[in-house]
Design a protein around this ligand. Sequence first.
Ligand code: KIV
Ligand code: ZN
Length: 517
Amino acid sequence: MSTAKESQRVIIFDTTLRDGEQSPGASMNLEEKIRIAETLEEMGVDIIEAGFPIASPGDFESVREIAKLVKNSVVCGLARATRNDIDRCAEAIRPAKRGRIHTFISTSPLHMKHKLQMDPERVHEAVIDSVTYARRFTDDVEWSGEDGSRSDHDFLCRCIESAIKAGARTINIPDTVGYAIPDEFAALIRTIINRVPNIDKAIISVHCHNDLGLAVANSLAAVDAGARQIECTINGLGERAGNAAMEEIVMALRTRQDRMPFVSNVKTENIMKASRLVSAVTGFVVQPNKAIVGANAFAHEAGIHQDGVLKHAATYEIMTPESVGLSASKIVLGKHSGRHAFREKLKELGYDLGDNAVEDAFVRFKELADKKKDVFNEDLMALVDDEVVRVNDRVHVIGLDIHCGTKTPPKAELELEIDGVMKSCKATGDGPVDAAFNCVKALIPHEARLQLYQVMAVTQGTDAQAEVTVRLEENGKTTNGQAADTDTIVASVKAYVNALNKLLVKRAKTEPPAMTA
Ligand code: KIV
Ligand code: ZN
């Protein structure tokens, strides 16, 4: 029996690992996807769309591994309206404690004519066939009418009614191209509720893209109109301008209970951790003024604002930093802090690491505390993220010596450990980073193209750690490498080597593992 509270509950469906990964350059490897899935589960996400199993063996494997691991969230796979897709998806989600098949087909005139080249009757038949077939594998089937917001309402309602009759429990209405505006999208949801006779047998979901910057507004308007599932991603990652940002949705619901009396299961205190992780893994930097998770989201620069906040935080803060997982105490540990305090601090920041990982991180923390007077929460998070991305690396940076400045041409001397063997090399370049990267290229010959080289300061001050992201592309495959260090060139080389390590894993699946010069 549903209680009043249940009827106000909004199901959060995260598609960072599926739609988010479809962003050009945002590819993630299996370990990274697993870490993100664990983080999403820990933060209370109801449904994790883990991938599109038919898309590639890697996608299939990650959906399957996540299905094995995740216990509290539903694990969902995406499938087009074909039996092959659905078979593959069903196989991938089979180990899940609770698994969902999400099958979709376009319903707009534009997509049916030009993309599918199918007439509406055939699309309607495919809706019935795909949902009926998917129900052979699980009771939990979601159906989406792609480009729903640009579909003919009569036809969309007919497809929805048939999908529900065939066994779909969730009906998703995507604004695939981010074209809708809030009033119009809310009206579409109301039309569906009023016109589809069996709509009470399904949950209405929405999936909004952000091409006009309206994805969150459209999603919330749809909830007001009766939708009860929102599809979204961490940091708003996703195709083109991205999807609705989960952090914005859950914080809007939490902050404006007076106007939107809906609840989600998401522990908002875990937002920053999830945001950082997704940014680190994909190399997609969060813009400083991004709502909720941007570096400036809780910073008050203007004197008049600072004065107000000091007198009463609510003068300029509508949410507390703590509610999204930012700690009030900014300085965390110093060089005299012990293991116990370190472990406790990691827990407070949401990291639950094994003994070995804590020990490794502790050693690196001590090294950092020797170089840097104040170690902030952000430093610690960068350090732990850095530690985890290096697990299983075949190549490690052992030593780096750089000569540069105005008097001598830039020179680098680099020592790498490659599959347990020490190798070193000297090179020059058009700057210290270029010289160091030339050493890497000499020690590990490769044709990968550097697509992105990005340096960010983790905190303020000239002693801040530099967080570097490197994106490499080889034969259409991209990988992102990340590293943080107080020395920008060291961080750059480590990030390059990290991206290369990931590329080697991708390559190893197709070639023998020869890689040194
Ligand atoms: O944007 C979209 O329409 C989608 C569907 C597959 C749900 O991602
Ligand atoms: Zn989408």
